[in-house]
Design a protein around this ligand. Sequence first.
Ligand code: FAD
Length: 832
Amino acid sequence: MNLPLYNFFADIPLWATIGGILLVLLGLGYTGASLWIWAIAGAAALYGFQAPVWLWAVYGGLALVMNIPVLRRLLFSGPIMNLLNALNFLPTISETEQTAIEAGNVWVEGELFSGKPDFKRIMNEPYPDLTPDEQAFLDGPVEELCAVTKDWDVFQEKKLPDAAWDIIKKERFFGMIIPRKYGGLEFSPLANSAIVQKLSSRCGPLATTVMVPNSLGPAELLIHYGTKEQQDYFLPRLATAEEIPAFALTEPNAGSDAGAISSSGVVFKGDDGHLFLRLNWKKRYITLAAISTVLGMAFKMFDPDNLLGKGKNLGITCALIPTDTEGVILGRRHDPLGVPFYNCPTEGEDVIVPIDAIIGGVDGAGQGWRMLMESLAAGRGISLPASASGGSKLVFRVASAHAKVRKQFGLPIGLFEGIEEPLARIGGFNYIMEAARRYTCGALASGTKPAVVSAIAKYNFTEMQRKAINDGMDILGGNAISWGPRNMLASAYMNTPIGITVEGANILTRTLMIFGQGAIRSHPYIYNEIQGLMNNDVKTFDVAFTHHVGHTISNKIRAMLLTLTRGRLASSPVGGYSAKYWRKLAWASASFAFLADVALIGLGGLLKRKEKITGRFADIFSWLYLAAATLRRFEADGRPKEDRAYLDWSMQYAFGEMQRAFDSLYKNFDVPLIGWAFKGPVALWSRINPLSHGPIDKTGHAVAKSMQTPGEQRRRLTEGIHTPESLQEPFGILERAFRLAYHGDHVARKISKAVRAGTLEKGRPAALVGKALEAGVINQEEAALIQDAEAARNEAIKVDSFTLEEYMRTAVPAGSSTSSSIEAGGDGMTVA
Ligand SMILES: Cc1cc2nc3c(=O)[nH]c(=O)nc-3n(C[C@H](O)[C@H](O)[C@H](O)COP(=O)(O)OP(=O)(O)OC[C@H]3O[C@@H](n4cnc5c(N)ncnc54)[C@H](O)[C@@H]3O)c2cc1C
């Protein structure tokens, strides 16, 4: 029996009706319409088709169950929750993991994870600038500090010069994050980052020495969690480096798994009736420990007699231990790959401190892990990314100048396509890093603690820097291998693995944190689903699960339509040149979000152990963020036409990396029931219709050419590093030779043209200058220019050499720590 209703589809051909319905359904899915709109749309279709009563009854029943929460919980989400619990579907999340997951907030990465990012929000997030005070500090004290610190001398002496320490103390370099009311500089995250960036372009150990007290350590912990007495006492002394801090977490059996520390602090009552802690520890790799006056110590706290009334096992706790306390053992040093900063083991044997040495006092007992995770959620986004960015800007300047100056086979090597490729990679990475550095600092300045974004920044910046320094070394060849005062890359090369290892070693950060923990944090519903499951809270689970189902369907439809249209269906927050990239970002985000859901639902708790899968997801997630930051930069910079090649390279690379990760995910996607579809048709379609194949040659050529062109753009793109122009400095020598080589090009071309025309006989251009002048091919000024360029070139490509005595020496003689210099026109190294 049909209901006697008007069939408004009656006059429309069947194919058009079905097509129309499909379009409506796709439209609803694409826009992520809510459940009740779906219900109305379904009812309209049944009505139009004059559906039989039984179908109305089934449909009506389903619609009611899905739209009335009490019924839905009873008949749908409740049973599913019970089933998932019975199957142990959830990953087991330890307490330490839970704290790590909960630390910090979700920022724009939540948009990218949603599959339907709000690009206006991404565009409206700040892309900050330094304040005039901060800029003045960079132009003043930071430049001064760089000027007195010579990298080669630091490596020879194995310590910073006294002049550097004087400036560090006088200008309060250790107080960058300390509020002004305690005598600190209270700089923004961007200023902190800019300072570390500049220092690291001058001398790695200098940057490390300054960055450590300004990242996770006593000052950071005291500012957020210290008692008033602790803040009033320590912060002013830390700001002036009267107290030198170190932070001790890592142990022989607790590296990446820092929650496994076994150092202990036991509460006891002293003879005077006061409470004390008896500490024992064995720590290693502790930066600055050898010269520290106060150790921030992480340990497990026990209160066997429950003197604090908080139980016997209180958990990880942080305390401040003066290093002159009896039982503190210091003095030994590690040698971190020859990079001379203080890095040390320390032991504590029955070290006794009052109970109020705990950061935050008695209230802080057992809160150490939360403190550390919350601080890391922000801190990871500043220091190491800044140091990677400074290092790679230096590589940009050095490698591009060298490529222009160094000639082989009669040509500057920068003209060879083989060199263009790594050069463009250096240029592109620089563009991306600067974008993400400033964008991330903007979030941190607004008080956000984007745990996933800071892990993305830490991992990807240090990896990009590793590739950039390797590329730089290759381009410089023997010039980079021969170590001495002229070599500007060797020490950065040695420093590189340190950034990879600290603050969350990179393999772990990629495979466990960015997606493994990041998915739980950034996914719009997973966290609440897990909470619901863990707490048997059907209400929470129901809301999250129902939305999750709709979210997955919507993302499937979005991903499908966006891949079919290559992103053209998506809207862009901006018009013009970069709009195509925003649209592609929407496409990539939808595909990522859908695939992530399939993995999360299909693999459940197993996914945590599938690190090869989570690692590839982390790559896509990372490049979604880095691409968004780069697009944000292009707008913030005012869309400079001359930067288009850098934007293109960055986008082609970012989408190429996402594509690579998607392809290898499809190949290895062993999800029950539907894995075959991804390995087969989806993988095939992805190969036919990829996001990108990576940077194309034409783009790489444009980037490499721009890098080898002196002028404002080259300066702007590497702004923020130390660029000493003196001819006593290798940087100054190389840059001068670079400019002369560039400006001498047209003279060399005139001479070559005259040779081709038979006006001049063949020969080396330099040898032909006199003849060209005599023949009137070039004028006096041009002859002088090309001779200068040739002399500067020969100077710039020199490498250091040593007498046997100098070579065998382990350190330069005392008193000459800041005196090594390069004499322009000299031969090899001269230590004055
Ligand atoms: C120069 C230097 C300075 C340091 N400064 C300090 C300091 O001031 N204070 C301090 O407390 N600590 C410091 N550290 C310690 C640093 O944080 C640790 O080195 C780091 O946590 C890694 O520990 P580990 O070296 O023992 O490596 P391990 O934990 O042994 O890791 C070895 C490898 O296994 C990988 N790995 C481990 N677990 C997993 C997993 N679940 N999944 C995938 N891969 C995994 C890691 O990524 C790494 O590649 C410093 C270290 C160095 C080298």
